[in-house]
Every structure is written in structure tokens, then in C-alpha cells.
Design a protein around this ligand. Structure first.
Ligand SMILES: O=C(O)CCC(=O)C(=O)O
Ligand SMILES: [Fe+2]
Length: 267
């Protein structure tokens, strides 16, 4: 695993809202990630459908965007070790420029053969905290290509994004009705070989193309919130109990729900 980011990479992340690092994992590490994630997803899919966010009706449009398995680290020790690796946490925190980062959620995103495109969207407006410094990594478990639905970004959009939500719908370009000024920004694709990592700011607009191939496009991702973030009243993935126990403005610091993965005081 790559252990350091250059100043140029960090500057580019802040300027554009995303950063692609090819060949982040070596071949052995990639094999471990693939096996762990495949295992965790297979187990999850074997469970009842209530545990899946979007597979209730496999014929639904969204079920064909990707198989989305949330918080696999909660139920799979192998995934937990990989995704919560403090070395990866430190790199992610360095990139975000935060004091510390807590997990919001991990998720496997597996675009099926001939899968639907992922509509343009922002991540943070779905979540239970507002922050301009939330960050996610997206680790390619297969080569991500223009043909199979690699991510696309609107560079710089994180600088003018707001926290109001635009639900992810069928129409790829729905987001541009809310941000008409972003129609002027040229989208940039982020194709990368398996084992590469892409980080993005949770307010940088992104989407992904259709998978026109007959193979899966697997990715393992994790979203992080800056340590010190506060509850904004949205439920998102919080359990009903936790949701009801929180007041708007409360610090989100439950170690089980939002484990601290890296803090600068640790080095
Ligand atoms: O993998 C995709 O198609 C979309 C990824 C995404 O939206 C994310 O990682 O936040
Ligand atoms: Fe996203």
C-alpha cells in the first residue's frame, strides 16, 4: 500500500475535489481485498433481503445500478481490518486536511454486467452531518473503464455545493436542474486499473456510466466524517434508537457507530 501522498497530490485534491492514485495496492494486497469483499458480500447476499439496501426487487432500476452492501465491516472481521487500517486512515485524513476522521459507512458497490448508470449526485446531503471536509475512498477491485462504468467527476463542484439533498433518481442529469451553473463544467472520467484508489470530497459531484460489458465492476468504498461533526437531524443509516436519542447539534462520537480511524494526536 502506498504510504505517502505528495504536496502536489494534496493540492490537486483540494482544487478538483478528487484524486486518483493508480496502483495503490500491490498484487497480493489486491487479492486479499478481493477475497475479503467477495466473501463479505456473498454472506450478506445470503442473508434476508432486509439487510440489503436495494435488492428487494432485483428488477428495479436502482437494483441494476449496483448491488450496494452497506457497513460490511460491522459483520466481517476481514473487511473491518482492511477498511479501518490506520495507515489508510492517516492518508485519508492527510488528504482531507482534518484533525481526525470517523467512519460514516463503508459500502461495496458492485455494478452488474449490463448495469445501469449511477446518476450525478453529492454524498454529504444524504448523511446525518453537514461538512465541507467529508471524504470517501473508492477502491477499484476490477479495472474501472469507460466501458464498464468508471466514476466521473465535476471538478471543483465541491466549492459551490450546498447541503440540500437531490435524491438519486433514474435520470442521470437530474442534479443539473438544481445546479444549472454546473452544466458549464466539463466532466472528467476516472478510469483506473484494479488496485487503484480514488478519493473524493463528499460534496464533489460524481456519477458513473452504464456497464456495457458482460463482467462485474466491483469497488469497495468507505465514507468518513471529520471528527467533531454534529448531528443535523437526518436519519440516513442511523438505527431508530440512536436516531431518537440524538438532538440536532449533538456531537457524533459513538465509537461503535462512528469509530475514530485516525487522529493527528496519535502520531
Ligand atoms: O460506484 C459508483 O457507481 C458510484 C460511487 C459513489 O457514488 C460513491 O462512492 O460515493
Ligand atoms: Fe456517491
Amino acid at each position: 500500500m502506498l504510504s505517502k501522498l505528495t504536496v502536489t497530490q494534496i493540492e490537486s485534491y483540494h482544487e478538483h475535489g478528487f484524486l486518483i492514485v493508480d496502483g495503490f495496492l500491490n498484487d497480493d494486497e489486491l487479492e486479499t481485498w478481493r477475497q475479503c469483499v467477495d466473501d463479505a458480500v456473498t454472506n450478506r447476499l445470503g442473508e434476508s433481503v432486509e439487510h440489503l439496501t436495494n435488492q428487494v426487487n432485483p428488477q428495479d432500476f436502482y437494483a441494476q445500478v449496483f448491488t450496494q452492501c452497506l457497513r460490511l465491516a460491522d459483520t466481517n472481521g476481514g473487511v473491518r481490518e482492511l477498511v479501518y487500517d490506520p495507515r489508510l486512515g492517516k492518508l485519508t485524513n492527510d488528504l482531507a486536511g482534518t484533525e481526525g476522521i470517523r467512519v460514516w459507512h463503508d459500502q461495496a458497490l458492485i455494478k452488474p454486467p449490463h448495469g445501469n448508470p449511477t446518476a450525478w449526485h453529492l454524498d454529504v446531503p444524504y448523511w446525518s452531518f453537514d461538512s465541507q471536509n467529508a471524504i470517501s475512498f473508492w477502491l477499484a477491485l476490477d479495472d474501472a473503464t469507460l466501458e464498464n462504468g468508471c466514476i466521473w467527476y465535476l471538478p471543483g463542484s465541491h466549492k459551490t455545493a450546498r447541503f440540500d439533498n437531490v435524491g438519486i433518481g433514474h435520470n442521470v442529469g437530474e442534479l443539473f436542474n438544481v445546479y444549472p451553473e454546473w452544466r458549464e463544467i466539463d466532466p472528467v472520467p476516472a478510469p483506473c486499473p484494479a488496485g487503484s484508489i480514488v478519493w473524493h470530497n463528499g460534496l464533489c459531484a460524481h456519477g458513473a456510466g452504464a456497464n456495457m460489458t458482460n463482467k462485474y465492476r466491483r469497488a469497495m468504498t468507505c465514507a468518513f466524517m471529520p471528527d467533531g461533526s454534529c448531528f443535523n437531524g437526518k436519519k440516513n443509516i442511523l438505527s431508530q434508537d440512536l436516531f431518537e436519542s440524538l438532538e440536532i447539534g449533538d456531537l457524533l462520537e459513538n465509537e461503535e457507530q462512528n469509530p475514530l480511524i485516525w487522529h493527528n494526536s496519535w502520531q
